[in-house]
Design a protein around this ligand. Structure first.
Ligand code: ATP
Length: 369
């Protein structure tokens, strides 16, 4: 499933040069973004980056200051929220406390004037979908947090929208329930064949659920890619830093071209496979994830390249893995991580020990300043 990679496929939702201003504050800044039919799409970013505003414009709760939103081939600017084939799922505390589960689920259908028998049938389908058949007559406060969340989901799906919008949908749940619910949402999205657009500030949540992620900052999209691409090939320091842990190795560009870049002047002489073509003499950085740094007691074959000596500074045992902080000759500390299942148990590395840190030339990405 990768419609975005197929030049033949048309986007289902297109934001075209969308700007949203509140007074003279720009919340969304000339943003262009395509989302495909049946995609599970995540808008990810820190608080205030404009992700909810973008979602609210798609729902029709906010009007863009300029730009167009095209949905299924149609400009939706003039369509009121309730007529858009889009529905927003709110957190479970938005359920009506005095109504039973089934009345909550049927609420939007009653408002639309759907015949009673049809509502009954649709509500039954929805209860079945979210596995709450036995709870139809209960009130929200008689349910667990996870069950309430499923009622909120059933309510937002009852009108059979083509696009479901979810704004921090799992924010009210504890970690374990969040994880379970993430998988339920993914299953449901597959089963129904809908397009889901989720807003979250939680990178793990976005990585788990989404086909693609748009990383946002200050009202703009910084990178749109699959979770693996975002993690393995961040396009900027911002994304590298925002998603997961990263070591940034600074240097001056000594050579670049033919798919290779060499940086010098830092703790490492970096020789990397990279299509980035920074100018010779400028400063650049090599971004490498902790698990891609190798730590050993013996010097690698070519200690002049992609290698530095170091000293163990900190050791953190996290159960599934061990994180080592290693101090390099310049005083810079890098972070490495190793799965405990792959660790040599007999002779573990200890504090203050001298080690070699090295990496493969494809292990990270070159970022321009
Ligand atoms: P969060 O995760 O905290 O909800 P967000 O990325 O979803 O953040 P938005 O809610 O889209 O951010 O808000 C983006 C910016 O626009 C914020 O700085 C916010 O204060 C501002 N903003 C949002 N709505 C309004 C409004 N109605 N009037 C004025 N400013 C607003």
């Amino acid at each position: 499933f990768a419609p975005w990679a197929d030049p033949q496929s048309k986007p289902f939702i297109s934001f075209r040069n969308i700007t949203k201003k509140f007074g003279d504050f720009t919340a969304v800044d000339n943003l262009t973004l395509d989302i495909y039919h049946r995609e599970f799409f995540a808008l990810l970013g820190a608080s205030g980056c404009g992700k909810s505003t973008l979602l609210r414009m798609l729902a029709g709760f906010e009007r863009p200051t300029s730009g167009e939103i095209i949905l299924d081939g149609q400009d939706i600017a003039a369509i009121p929220p309730y007529k858009r084939p889009v529905n927003m799922m709110f957190q479970s505390y938005a359920l009506f406390p005095h109504m039973t589960v089934e009345s909550n689920i049927g609420f939007g259908l009653r408002q639309d004037g759907m015949p009673k028998a049809e509502i009954g049938e649709r509500v039954q389908q929805m209860l079945k979908l979210v596995k709450l058949e036995q709870f139809a007559k209960r009130k929200p406060q008689q349910l667990s947090g996870g069950q309430r969340q499923r009622v909120a989901l059933a309510r937002s799906l009852a009108k059979r929208p083509k696009v479901l919008l979810l704004d921090e949908p799992l924010g009210a749940l504890d970690k374990k329930l969040r994880e379970e619910t993430q998988f339920e949402l993914m299953d449901l999205q597959q089963q129904l064949g809908l397009t889901f657009v989720v807003v979250t500030h939680d990178q793990e949540e976005a990585m788990t659920m989404a086909d693609r992620i748009a990383v946002m900052s200050h009202g703009k999209v910084v990178q749109v890619a699959t979770p693996a691409e975002i993690y393995e090939a961040p396009n900027s320091r911002f994304v590298a830093d925002f998603i997961g842990d990263v070591n940034i190795l600074e240097g001056n560009v000594k050579a670049a071209g033919n798919g290779r870049v060499e940086l010098a002047g830092g703790d490492f002489t970096v020789r990397a496979v990279s299509d980035a073509a920074p100018s010779v003499g400028t400063s650049a950085a090599f971004a490498i994830r902790p698990e891609k740094l190798k730590v050993s007691r013996t010097a690698p074959a070519d200690p002049a390249v992609n290698t530095s000596e170091g000293e163990i500074w900190d050791i953190a045992y996290l159960g599934d893995m061990t994180v080592l902080h290693i101090k390099l000759p310049s005083g810079k500390v890098v972070k490495t991580s190793m799965l405990n299942a792959q660790r040599e148990v007999e002779n573990p590395i200890g504090y203050d020990e001298k080690v070699w840190v090295s990496f493969a030339e494809t292990a990270g990405v070159v970022l321009r300043d």
